[in-house]
Design a protein around this ligand. Structure first.
Ligand code: ADP
Length: 357
């Protein structure tokens, strides 16, 4: 810290030189830095500190620390550094924002004068990611526990004698199988999402026959549609070509059309349409279902978000389908969007960049 010693020196030329060196040094740091003198007035700081703390305060230099940051723990740590020569670490949250800092406050020897330096490490992003991670884990545990509890209960019932009950034993086994399938589906979706998010999935966009892909998805989902008397309508002209990874496009369409059936009214319809446009083609899936209210609409692509958790579970949902579609659309350089009218239905649109060749 000799440059700081020099900085306090009375010789103006030396001070100027040291100030330049100090400012250069502080500029290179990834942390916000504030240096105070014995009177707790700020006499040096870097641009990051200015960006973080000077919004309402203007230049930081010469201001009292308490005018710039109002936090009792922080002031106490600076007092300890100045008066008791103590180093401390404190966590600082900025009121009214989601900013959080891990701050190290240390005493500095400055010739006869005492000083203290505060190094503010921004942990807002780490905190945010930690919250996402915890929420994800708690969601997964919850989603797995529900079917598992049901499986255990029915196994116990069978063990307790229901296995001899010819009227019910197959029904109980059916419940066990359905719940095991749900767990299987959930784990597959989690693994899929995790591979996509970690960049392990490569997209190979090629010319793909959209109309044929739609017919294939319709065929795969026809049993579900017949069960609920839903009519499939393919408005995409024959031999329409889009530029996409066929397997992934089929996966996206399957997810959207499956939802369009699940959340439709009995006797409703699902229509697929196509609009060629520059720079992105648009493939839309429209249903005649219950629709989604505006407040749900903006969160619908988040992992595990469901407008009606219990109902989604009952009809075999995981809450991960739309998150997977969003990632796949983006991997294509495209996007997914939704419009909806309550009581009338929803339209999910995938934008796909046109073949650049
Ligand atoms: P899920 O496995 O529950 O279907 P998704 O991620 O595919 O999970 O969808 C999330 C939620 O979005 C669903 O639970 C449902 O609440 C809502 N949703 C999705 N598609 C539709 C739709 N076509 N109509 C109404 N609500 C929908």
């Amino acid at each position: 810290m000799s440059f700081l010693k020099n900085w306090f020196s009375k010789k103006p030329t030396e001070t100027d030189q040291t100030r330049t060196t100090l400012n250069k040094l502080l500029k290179t740091m990834r942390e916000s830095v504030i240096v105070v003198g014995e009177d707790t007035r700020i006499f040096a700081s870097n641009q990051l500190a200015y960006d973080a703390f000077a919004r309402q305060n203007g230049a930081l230099e010469k201001k009292r620390l308490s005018e710039v940051i109002r936090d009792l723990n922080l002031h106490e740590a600076f007092r300890k550094a100045l008066e008791e020569n103590m180093l401390s670490d404190v966590e600082l949250g900025i009121v009214g924002t989601d900013k959080k800092y891990d701050v190290r406050i240390a005493p500095i020897e400055l010739d006869e004068k005492k000083g203290a330096i505060g190094i503010f490490y921004d942990i807002s992003q780490i905190e945010r990611l930690e919250n996402v991670r915890q929420e994800f884990l708690s969601n997964i545990s919850h989603e797995l526990r529900t079917p598992l509890t049901s499986i255990l209960a029915f196994v116990e019932t069978l063990e307790d004698g229901a296995i001899e009950d010819e009227e019910n034993n197959l029904r109980f086994l059916g419940v066990i199988r359905r719940n095991a399938e749900r767990m299987h589906h959930l784990i597959n979706d989690i693994l899929e999402l995790s591979s996509i998010e970690s960049g392990k999935i490569m997209i190979e966009p090629k010319k793909s026959n959209l109309s044929n892909l739609i017919e294939e998805v319709f065929m795969n989902l026809s049993n579900k549609a017949v069960e609920r008397q839903i009519r499939f309508i393919n408005e995409v002209p024959k031999n329409t070509i889009v530029f996409a990874d066929a397997v992934r496009l089929e996966q996206m369409l399957t997810n959207l059309i499956d939802n369009a059936v699940k959340f439709n009214r009995e006797g409703g319809s699902v229509t697929i349409s196509y609009a060629p446009a520059m720079p992105n083609d648009v493939v839309s899936v429209t249903d005649t279902g219950e629709g989604i209210s505006a407040d749900h609409l903006q969160r619908i692509f988040e992992r595990f978000y469901r407008t009606d958790r219990a109902r989604s579970r009952e009809i075999g949902g995981t809450g991960l389908g739309l998150a997977i579609v969003k990632h796949l659309a983006r991997l294509h350089g495209g996007e997914i969007s939704v419009t909806s009218t309550l009581g009338k239905g929803s339209t999910f649109s995938i934008e796909l960049p046109q073949n650049p060749a």
